[in-house]
Design a protein around this ligand. Structure first.
Ligand SMILES: Nc1nc2c(ncn2[C@@H]2O[C@H](COP(=O)(O)OP(=O)(O)OP(=O)(O)O)[C@@H](O)[C@H]2O)c(=O)[nH]1
Ligand SMILES: [Mg+2]
Ligand SMILES: [Zn+2]
Length: 357
């Protein structure tokens, strides 16, 4: 397989370090073990270790390779381990805060293009939580797809109501509803997975992420577990993460469900959310209020009354700016893609329900 088929994008190509690129080869991390990695590249799948220097030079876990990372490697002459020399800049990074003193973060996956945010239509369904996932994912420049699971557990009218709610909240976002149990909606999900793009499955424990992945793989490859079966509390079944290749050429990582969304954090995204500010914003006089200078702005009034700190408002503003910039850059990208004949590919990626066989 060539690197492009493994997800190497123009974004990464633009960031090749010539001094490293000359000496080493490029590969992608598919799994992280206790004492090593599995990488895949033009030479196929290889076990690897990180060069001692990389480990010692790393100030934090953030700098070490994680699933989905692109790395520079030196392949051995014999059949020993390949040596990871350095990690590429990351297009996106999913990480989670840990409570330990020394290690602040656990990395979950890097270089994800699209996140399938999964909520089950039964007890797990929660619009606010979904909103928080969406904010995070958008912020990290990962494209979200809202995926409502366990469709078999609700009536058609309830499904329609929930889909309308999500649509109302996020008019732009793609929404799919599916059932692993009945197989409904699975073809639609398969249809939106594009070759050479990297996906991750996000969502609370027990919503059916791994079951979905097994369905996409067409085999019971990964372990799933009935919720609340073993200890009455619901257990996280998925702990090991692995970048997998689907038959249609797309790449996908399953993630362990987070009990609290607060645990999971996305690079470039803010960990805090702005529900309160957004709520206030609905009371501004003007619908398109920018909350910077307008008369009748409820957000500015709250700052004046010290109901919201200036610092928090600053963070909110930064988020809004980043989001706007992201949108502008997406428009610019579409314009460029159109020129370079890649428009078709982009349209396929975003809109068309293409089926793979
Ligand atoms: N009714 C119904 N049950 C489902 C569906 N999908 C999955 N389940 C069940 O939900 C339970 C949890 O599924 P998993 O796939 O292990 O959930 P997960 O999201 O991977 O959970 P973690 O790995 O803990 O994050 C299992 O008992 C599945 O059989 C579905 O579409 N309908
Ligand atoms: Mg799982
Ligand atoms: Zn305002």
């Amino acid at each position: 397989m060539n690197l492009e088929q493994l997800g190497f994008s123009d974004w990464h190509q633009d960031r090749v370090d010539p001094s490293q690129g000359e000496k080493f080869e490029i590969a992608r991390v598919t799994t992280v073990h206790r004492d090593g990695y599995v990488i895949v590249g033009e030479k196929g799948t290889t076990s690897a270790k990180s060069r001692g220097k990389l480990k010692f030079a790393a100030d934090s876990a953030l700098e070490l390779p994680t699933v989905g990372d692109w790395v520079y490697v030196k392949y051995p002459q014999d059949d020993s381990f390949a040596a990871i020399q350095a990690v590429f800049p990351r297009k996106s990074l999913l990480k989670r805060k840990t409570s330990g003193k020394r290690v602040e973060f656990q990395l979950i996956a890097a270089n994800i293009d699209v996140a399938l945010i999964i909520q089950s239509l039964d007890a797990d369904y929660n619009l606010r939580r979904l909103e928080r996932y969406l904010v995070m994912v958008n912020e990290s420049h990962i494209q979200p797809v809202v995926s409502l699971s366990k469709r078999d557990l609700v009536h058609a009218d309830e499904l329609a109501e929930k889909v309308a709610e999500v649509r109302n909240l996020m008019p732009q976002v793609r929404i799919v509803a599916f059932s692993n149990a009945e197989g409904s909606g699975l073809a639609e999900i398969e249809g939106l997975l594009m070759p050479g793009q990297t996906y991750c499955l996000l969502g609370s424990s027990g919503v059916g992420k791994t079951t979905l992945l097994n369905n996409l793989l067409g085999e019971e490859r990964l372990e799933t577990q009935a919720v609340r079966e073993k200890d009455g509390k619901g257990r996280h079944t998925t702990s090991a993460r692995e970048l997998l290749l689907l038959k249609n050429g797309s790449l996908i990582v399953d993630t362990p469900g987070m009990r609290e969304l607060g645990n999971i954090d996305v690079e470039m995204g803010l960990s805090e959310t702005f529900d309160d500010i957004e709520l206030l914003a609905t009371q501004c006089r003007f619908r398109d209020c920018s909350h910077t200078k307008e008369q009748g702005c409820a957000v500015l009034a709250a700052i004046e009354k010290r109901e919201i700190s200036l610092e928090r408002y600053g963070n909110y503003e930064k988020m809004a700016r980043d989001a706007a910039r992201h949108e502008a850059s997406q428009i610019e990208k579409r314009r460029r893609d159109k020129k370079s004949g890649r428009f078709y590919k982009t349209v396929m990626k975003h809109n068309v329900k293409k089926r793979w066989s």
